[in-house]
Design a protein around this ligand. Structure first.
Ligand code: FMN
Length: 170
């Protein structure tokens, strides 16, 4: 959906994309609700190799997620792509917190597009940790003229929390 803003007498289209990675569905549920409330388009970041429950076992230091999170250069491959990224001026990016930060696949996503001039709004879900350093750690992946908003944690598709985030961001 496109919102129009009157600026100096002309109508300028503002489009929002809600892009999420979700290994077990929590972030996806919140992201879908953000897309519904904001009128934005929804995009799910799909890994080439879907994470199994063994992959997600954080108590095994040799599980796939542990190995990726211990390797700052890990960039898990994404199979799908956003059509027409140029047309969006706001990109809301959602992810689960893994070991205090965003999963490496979010870095793959950020490195796959040119976000120059866009507003990026990170949000996370987690088992208890807040956004912490996850958004500052991601911010370094994008070019300087991106308007990077402070990340928020939204664990449930709660309309009030989502509206608050959108009011601050858009
Ligand atoms: C590998 C791994 C590491 C995690 N690390 C943290 C953490 O450091 N802090 C936390 O609060 N939750 C942590 N969690 C829990 C997830 O952030 C939480 O369950 C999240 O809502 C899952 O979202 P999803 O269903 O969209 O994947 C971790 C989960 C996994 C699989």
């Amino acid at each position: 959906m496109i919102r129009y803003w009157k600026r100096r007498g002309s109508n300028i289209a503002k489009k929002t994309l809600v892009a999420v990675f979700s290994a077990s569905g929590v972030t996806k549920r919140v992201g879908k609700e953000i897309a519904r409330i904001s009128g934005g388009d929804f995009f799910e970041i799909i890994p080439r190799e879907i994470y199994t429950s063994d992959d997600l076992n954080w108590s095994n230091k040799n599980s796939r997620s542990s190995l990726e999170m211990n390797d700052p250069s890990a960039r898990p491959e994404i199979v799908n792509a956003v059509q027409d990224m140029e047309s969006y001026d706001t990109v809301i990016i959602g992810f689960p917190i893994w070991w205090g930060v965003a999963p490496r696949i979010i870095e793959t996503f950020l490195e796959s597009y040119d976000f120059s001039g866009k507003t990026i709004v990170p949000f996370c879900t987690s088992g208890g940790s807040g956004v912490g350093r996850s958004d500052t750690a991601l911010h370094k992946n994008v070019s300087g003229d991106v308007k990077w908003k402070k990340g928020v944690q939204i664990n449930r598709p709660n309309e009030r929390a989502i509206q608050k985030m959108l009011d601050a961001a858009l």
